[in-house]
Design a protein around this ligand. Structure first.
Ligand SMILES: [Ca+2]
Ligand SMILES: [Ca+2]
Ligand SMILES: [Ca+2]
Ligand SMILES: [Ca+2]
Length: 296
């Protein structure tokens, strides 16, 4: 056993305690990337050192759905629901060892340590974006692409793909130059923050033919001018107080750290004060579709 441990300890700072236990103050998996598989109820992070045939894995049994919002989450390492396993093998180990429902029979485990104590922390950063062409601004101003909610639909402007709630997507209201967005009526706000774009007294959202088609872009009486909502000469009104489907993207990164980790094998104990497992970019990258409730 000592032989394998000495291989493991190459390049690792260590202190020997009186009782013979070994304390590692750094843990080197070289440039190995942190990898991930699994999901709700079985989140698996793992790292493989293909030179020394060793791996470390963190398995979290939480049934929470992770990565949809920025958060810092702590999990107690206990060897049952939240497992840390450090292993060495007799040959190179692949991702199937950690990710397949039935692990492969090879390689064989040479040394196996199980985490009995410690805290695993996930640092999750979730970026929400409506991809509407307007850059994010760190502001609560309802006129800026930040946390303000111009149309009170519950979606802050930065991930509301229809900022003014007129059922015309912002990206269709900007025009050719995002630095100089269209302002059809030359008054009030620019089109993507103007509920009556042509200033004819009929809300853009109402310049539709029926409540079956909620899309003002589709309602064109005079093709020479364009959609009715941009044609002040057309004031046909159909009252529609509901929103179309909105879509935004969530792109999340995670960093994983384990503190005060105690790993034990049959005959050895390793402790680790602070083990940075690494980061994974875009661990979640998903488009969300939602129809916001119309405000009272
Ligand atoms: Ca909004
Ligand atoms: Ca709009
Ligand atoms: Ca305007
Ligand atoms: Ca109008």
């Amino acid at each position: 056993m000592k032989k394998y441990l000495s291989i493991l300890l190459l390049g690792i700072v260590l202190n020997a305690c009186d009782d013979g236990d070994i304390i590692l103050t750094s843990f080197d998996f070289g440039d190995a990337n942190l990898e991930f598989c699994g999901g709700q109820g079985d989140y698996v992070f793992y790292k493989i050192n293909s030179q020394s045939f060793e791996s470390i894995a963190l398995q979290l049994g939480t049934t929470d759905i992770l990565f949809f919002e920025s958060d810092t989450l702590e999990f107690a390492v206990n060897g049952t629901s939240n497992i840390v396993a450090y292993r060495t093998f007799n040959e190179s180990v692949g991702s199937d060892y950690f990710c397949d429902n039935i692990p492969p029979t090879t390689p064989q485990v040479v040394t196996s340590f199980l985490g009995t104590d410690g805290t695993a922390t996930l640092f999750i950063t979730a970026l929400l974006d409506d991809n509407d062409g307007i850059p994010f601004e760190n502001s609560n101003d309802p006129l800026k692409e930040g946390f303000g909610d111009f149309d009170n639909d519950g979606l802050p402007n930065f991930y509301d793909d229809d900022d003014d709630g007129d059922n015309v997507p912002t990206i269709a209201e900007i025009g050719d130059d995002p630095n100089n967005p269209m302002n059809t009526d030359g008054e009030d706000n620019v089109d993507y923050l103007d509920e009556d774009d042509d200033n004819d007294g009929v809300l853009t959202r109402y310049e539709v033919g029926s409540n079956i088609d909620l899309n003002p872009l589709d309602n064109i009486l005079d093709p020479n001018v364009g959609p009715n909502y941009l044609n002040p000469a057309v004031t046909i009104e159909f009252i529609v107080d509901e929103f179309r489907v909105h879509t935004y993207n969530i792109n999340s990164d995670v960093r994983v750290r384990i503190d005060n980790l105690v790993l034990i094998s049959e005959s050895e104990q390793i402790t680790q004060e602070s083990l940075e497992l690494g980061s994974i970019s875009s661990i979640l990258n998903e488009n969300i579709s939602i129809t916001p409730a119309f405000p009272d």
